[in-house]
Design a protein around this ligand. Sequence first.
Ligand code: EPU
Length: 340
Amino acid sequence: MQVPILHDFPLASLNTFRLPARARHYLRVSGAAELDAVRRDPALSRLPRLVLGGGSNMLFTRDFDGIVLHMAGLGKEVLGEEDGRILVRAQAGENWHAFVQWTLAQGLGGLENLSLIPGTVGAAPIQNVGAYGTETKDVFHSLTAYDMASGEVRTLDAQACRFAYRDSIFKHPEGRELVVLDVTFALPADWTPNLRYAELARAVEEAGIASPTPADVGRTVEAIRRRKLPDPAEIGNAGSFFKNPVVSRAQCERLLAQYPALVHHAQPDGSEKLAAGWLIDQCGWKGRALGAAGVYPKQALVLVNLGQATGADVVRLARAIQADVAAKYGVALEPEPVFI
Ligand code: EPU
């Protein structure tokens, strides 16, 4: 198969931060056939590769001197019922929110807490996207991935994906050769709302909805997100810029003694997850800017492109925030987006 490679391809419209960068080579991929062609081509197979979905979790600090594989495969279907769960499958290039809406329009619950997350279906398992008390792993059945090393198409279940907080095998060397082609989700046939996230439970109650449907919960999540998070179509951003740091119980107690208002959540393993947004906010960064990169005024965990920012501007701002949080609280903040 001959694949239509494009050269010196602009990436600004393919990353939600809208950072200027170019790819030396670019290929729009609709399925395994193109990946197979790249693997079999002696010149193309040697190039550094970057798999791109919706570009909603990427920070381009430079041009990419390799081949961008832009996952654009489309299609979604209900596969049927298995053990009290409805299986639905979507191709990697499907827009995530449109897919969630499609399940909700059919009365299928399970993905509603993940409404309005930017990006594609294929990207969801990579960092185990999560919001409002649901993570991808909670509704995940399996995925198929093309192995760029062997040329095989492999099926991976949840265990094989090694999901963790904003993490999976695909972010580690063992998963680097795997390119996600499609994802199958297992949605509960007998749905009950997941209102464990206090802010969501409160919002549903305030809306006066006594027994919410999946679509009601989805609409409520959308309203919360619209209130707090910038729309990437209007202001360039990549969602939460830092992960919420996990510290030991002892460190959390030491911090609480000095800062009683510290926002923290006990984890099943006894550690404590701190709210990075709170830490950044307390360091006075909310709404501040360094050059053309800024901290979103309504949510300190989100860094934004104020217009003409470069990746270097965003990195400079991120480093300054990390330094202040480390100096005040002794906590290291780890960025969530992938730096290119
Ligand atoms: N907070 C502040 N100031 C701020 C921001 C937050 O004090 O500027 C406090 C809030 O008042 C709250 C706490 O920090 O007590 C947590 O804030 P929030 O509920 O907004 O959630 P988050 O921890 O900041 C996480 C995810 C989001 C996800 C929300 C809702 C991470 C890194 N972020 O944010 O995910 O939407 O919870 O579940 O885990 C993303 O990953 O891109 C993302 C948006």
